[in-house]
Design a binder for this molecule. Structure first.
Ligand SMILES: Cc1ncc(C[n+]2csc(CCOP(=O)(O)OP(=O)(O)O)c2C)c(N)n1
Ligand SMILES: [Mg+2]
Length: 685
C-alpha cells in the first residue's frame, strides 16, 4: 500500500494555514461524530470521500445555500445514500438551514438528518438515496431535464437554464443494473453536462470488490460513450478539481471521474477494510483517527473558526451566482415575456387554464376502443395544452400508445423533442422519469406492459416515497392480452402496486373513465399515478344511461343499478366492469336487484369522505362480489368476510383472450353464481 503510505505523509501534517486539510477534516469529523453519537451509521465513506466532496463543493459546485430551490443551481446527488453524514456535514458547513444540533440528532425520530438522505426533509437534499444505483440513474433524468428546459426556453444571450448535474457514486452504485441501463442511455444521448465522481475504494460490505466486481469500469463507461477520466488520486483535492474542470470542458459526453480513495481513511485499525463501512468507529478508534489525522479537538462536533470562515464563503459565492442569474432573468423577462412566463409556470408545475378542455367528447358513446388506444388520444390531446408533458416507452410505444404524434424525438444531443425512447430499460426509465420530475419543468410519463412494472418497481417506489408527479402508463393489463401467455400476463401486479403507499393505481373500465384517470394523474402534484390499460377493445359507456364519467375521479361509483333496493353489489375494475355489468343485468332479470360499482382506483376511493364511501358501499349490503382479472388477494377489503371474489389466482396461459376468460371463469355466469351463493349464505347465516 505504497500510495496509502504516501497519503499518510501528506495528511499527518495538517497545518492551520492549510484550509483544505482543515476543512476536509472538519467534514470528516462532523460525520464521524454524528455516526458515533447515533451509535449507528456509516463513517467509512465520509472519511474516504471527503476530499472529492470538498473539491466539488468548495471549488466547482454552483449553488446558493440561502436558496436551495434556485432553479439554475447545479444539481448534486449523493448516490451512496449510506454516506448521508457526509452530505449533512457539507450542507451544515456551507450554510444551508441545517443547524449543528440536527447533526447531533443524526438518525433520530423527526430529525432533519435521517439515516439516508430523504427528499423534502433536509434543505439541499435533491433526492432520496439509499437503494444503490438509483441516485446515479435519477441524476441522468435531472441532466436530461436541464437540457430540455435549455432547449425550450433559452434564447440567444439568455442562457437562463445553464447548469450541470453532479453525482458521487460508489462501487455498489456501479454494480447495480439500473446504473448500467441509465449509463448506456446517458452515453447515447450525449449528456455532456452530467459529471459523476466515482468513489472507487474497492470495498463494499463483504470485503474487497475483487470477490465480485473485477471489470474495468472505465473501459465499460468508455464503451457506453462516456468521457472517462482517471483513475486519479481521490485524496488529492487539486487533482480532483483538475478532473472536474476537464469534465466541464467536455460538453459532448457525460464524464466519469474515477477517484481512487481509501474507505475509513485515517482510522488506524479500520481504514481500507469493510470494517469501516457500516458501523461507528467506536470511541477509542475515533480518538485514534483524530490523532492520526492531526485533529486537535477532543470535543465532538467541533467546527474550527478557520474552517467555518472558509466554508462560509459559499454563501457569498452562492449569492453572487444567484444575483447575476437574477439580473439575466430580469432582462430575459423584459425581452422575452412570453417565454419567461411559460418557464415560470413550467418550473412551478402549474397546468394552464383549460388544459383538459380537449378531453371532452374525445370518444363516442357506444363505440369500442381499448383503454390504451383511448390513452393515446388523451395524452395527445393533453400534450397540446400542457407543454411540459413529455414521455415515452421502453421500446413499446406502438403497443403502449404513448407517442405524441406531432412532437419531435429526444435523441443524441437532441433535447427539443418530447418523445423519449428509453430503450428496453424499464428500471432506468422509471428512475429517469423521477429525475425529470425532481429537476422540475417537465411532467414525465413512462410506458411499458403492466407485467414489466416488476422491472421498474424500485423506481416506482421511490417516486411514491418522494411524492413525485410521475405518470406510469402500463398497458396489456390482464390475461386478456391472450396468446403471449403467462410470462406476459399480469396476475399479482395490480395488487402489488396497490400495496405501495402514496401510489394511486387507476384502472379505467373504458375511454371516458380513462380521461378521468389522466386528469387525476396530472392534477396530483404530490405523488405518482399508475394507469393500467387494456389491450382489448371495450365499449364506451353511454353516459345518458350510466352515471356520469366524472364520477370515476372519486375512485369508485355506482355505475348502474336496478330500480329496486339492491340485494347485492358487484364491484369491478377495468375490463371486468363489463363482465360485472352483464352479470348485474342478468341478476336483475332473474329477480335479484343488483348494484354495479365501477372502482377504477382504490386509493382515490379511500380518500373520499366516509359519507360518500358508505353511499357507494352501504354497510347493510353485505352480499358483495368483486371481479378483477388478477389475484383476488386483497379484495376482502371491500367484499368483506361474507363476500366472494372472482379473479385469477394462478399464472395465466397462452390462448386467445376469450378462451382464457372462459377457462378462468371471468364470465358473467360465474359472477351470477357467486352473487347467488353469497346471498343464500347470508340468508342462511
Ligand atoms: C439496492 C441496494 N442493495 C443493497 C444495499 C445494502 N448496502 C448498503 S451499502 C452496501 C455496499 C456498499 O458498498 P459501496 O457502494 O462500495 O460503498 P462503500 O462501502 O464503499 O461506502 C450495500 C450492499 C443497498 N443500500 N441498496
Ligand atoms: Mg466501495
Amino acid at each position: 500500500m505504497a500510495s496509502t503510505q504516501l497519503l499518510w505523509g501528506r495528511w499527518q501534517s495538517v497545518s492551520p494555514e492549510n484550509y483544505d486539510d482543515l476543512c476536509i477534516n472538519t467534514i470528516r469529523f462532523l460525520a464521524v461524530d454524528a455516526v458515533q453519537q447515533a451509535k449507528s451509521g456509516h463513517p467509512g465513506a465520509p472519511l474516504g470521500a471527503a476530499p472529492i466532496a470538498y473539491a466539488l463543493w468548495d471549488r466547482v459546485l454552483k449553488h446558493n445555500p440561502r436558496d436551495p430551490n434556485w432553479p439554475d443551481r447545479d444539481r448534486f446527488v449523493l448516490s451512496p445514500g449510506h454516506a448521508s453524514a457526509l452530505l449533512y456535514s457539507l450542507l451544515h458547513l456551507t450554510g444551508y438551514d441545517l443547524p449543528l444540533d440536527e447533526l447531533k440528532r443524526f438518525r433520530q425520530w423527526e430529525s432533519m438528518t435521517p439515516g439516508h438522505p430523504e427528499y423534502g426533509m433536509t434543505p439541499g437534499v435533491e433526492m432520496t438515496t439509499g437503494p444503490l444505483g438509483q441516485g446515479f440513474a435519477h441524476s441522468v433524468g435531472m441532466a436530461i431535464a436541464e437540457r430540455m428546459l435549455a432547449e425550450r426556453f433559452n434564447r440567444p444571450g439568455f442562457d437562463v437554464t445553464d447548469h450541470r448535474t453532479y453525482a458521487i457514486v460508489s462501487d455498489g452504485d456501479l454494480q447495480e443494473g439500473v446504473a448500467s441501463e441509465a449509463a448506456s442511455l446517458a452515453g447515447t444521448l450525449r449528456l455532456g453536462r452530467l459529471i459523476c465522481l466515482y468513489d472507487s475504494n474497492h470495498i463494499s460490505i463483504e470485503g474487497n470488490t475483487d470477490i465480485s466486481f473485477t471489470e474495468d469500469v472505465g473501459a465499460r463507461f468508455q464503451a457506453y460513450g462516456w468521457h472517462v477520466i482517471g483513475p486519479i488520486d481521490g485524496m488529492d483535492v487539486d487533482a480532483v478539481e483538475g478532473a472536474l474542470r476537464a469534465a466541464q470542458e467536455e460538453t459532448d459526453d457525460p464524464s466519469l471521474i474515477i477517484c481512487r480513495t481509501v474507505i475509513g481513511f485515517g482510522s488506524p485499525n479500520k481504514q481500507g477494510t469493510a470494517a469501516a463501512h457500516g458501523e461507528p468507529l467506536g470511541e477509542d478508534e475515533v480518538r485514534l483517527t483524530k490523532k492520526r489525522l492531526g485533529w486537535l479537538h477532543a470535543e465532538p462536533f467541533t467546527v474550527p473558526q478557520d474552517a467555518a470562515d472558509h466554508f462560509g464563503e459559499a454563501l457569498t459565492r452562492g449569492q453572487q451566482w444567484q444575483d447575476s442569474w437574477e439580473a439575466l432573468y430580469a432582462s430575459y423577462q423584459a425581452t422575452h415575456p412570453a417565454e419567461s412566463a411559460q418557464l415560470a409556470e413550467a418550473l412551478a408545475g402549474n397546468l394552464p387554464d383549460g388544459w383538459d378542455e380537449d378531453l371532452k367528447d374525445l370518444h363516442d358513446a357506444g363505440g369500442s376502443v381499448s383503454t390504451r388506444d383511448a390513452s393515446g388520444r388523451i395524452v395527445n390531446a393533453i400534450s397540446k395544452n400542457v407543454l411540459s408533458l413529455a414521455g415515452g416507452s421502453a421500446d413499446l410505444a406502438p403497443s403502449n400508445k404513448t407517442l405524441l404524434t406531432e412532437e419531435k424525438h429526444i435523441g443524441p444531443g437532441e433535447f427539443g423533442g418530447r418523445n423519449f425512447h428509453f430503450g428496453i430499460r424499464e428500471h432506468a426509465m422509471g428512475a429517469i422519469a423521477n429525475g425529470l420530475a425532481l429537476h422540475g419543468g417537465v411532467i414525465p410519463y413512462t410506458g411499458t406492459f403492466l407485467i414489466f412494472s416488476d422491472y421498474m418497481r424500485p423506481s416506482i417506489r421511490l417516486a411514491a416515497l418522494m411524492g413525485l408527479r410521475v405518470i406510469f402508463v402500463f398497458t396489456h393489463d390482464s390475461v386478456a392480452l391472450g396468446e403471449d401467455g403467462p410470462t406476459h400476463q399480469p396476475i399479482e401486479q395490480l395488487m402489488g402496486l396497490r400495496g405501495v403507499p402514496n401510489l394511486v393505481v387507476f384502472r379505467p373500465a373504458e375511454a371516458t373513465e380513462n380521461a378521468g384517470g389522466w386528469r387525476a394523474a396530472l392534477e396530483r402534484t404530490d405523488g405518482p399515478t399508475v394507469l393500467a390499460l387494456s389491450r382489448q377493445n371495450l365499449t364506451v359507456f353511454d353516459r345518458n344511461i350510466y352515471a356520469p364519467a366524472s364520477d370515476a375521479r372519486k375512485g369508485a361509483y355506482v355505475l348502474w343499478q336496478s330500480s329496486d333496493e339492491p340485494d347485492c353489489i358487484l364491484i369491478a375494475t377495468g375490463s371486468e366492469v363489463h363482465v360485472a355489468l352483464e352479470a348485474g343485468k342478468s341478476l336483475q332479470a332473474n329477480g335479484t336487484p343488483t348494484r354495479v360499482v365501477s372502482m377504477p382506483s382504490w386509493e382515490l376511493f379511500d380518500a373520499q369522505p366516509d359519507e360518500y364511501r358508505s353511499s357507494v358501499l352501504p354497510n347493510d349490503i353485505r352480499a358483495r362480489v368483486s371481479v378483477e382479472a388478477g389475484t383476488t388477494f386483497g379484495w376482502e377489503r371491500y367484499v368483506g368476510i361474507d363476500g366472494e371474489s372472482v379473479g385469477v389466482d394462478r399464472f395465466g396461459a397462452s390462448a386467445p383472450a376469450n378462451v382464457l376468460y372462459e377457462k378462468f371463469g371471468l364470465t358473467p355466469e360465474r359472477v351470477v353464481e357467486a352473487a347467488k351463493r353469497v346471498i343464500v349464505n347470508l340468508r342462511d347465516a
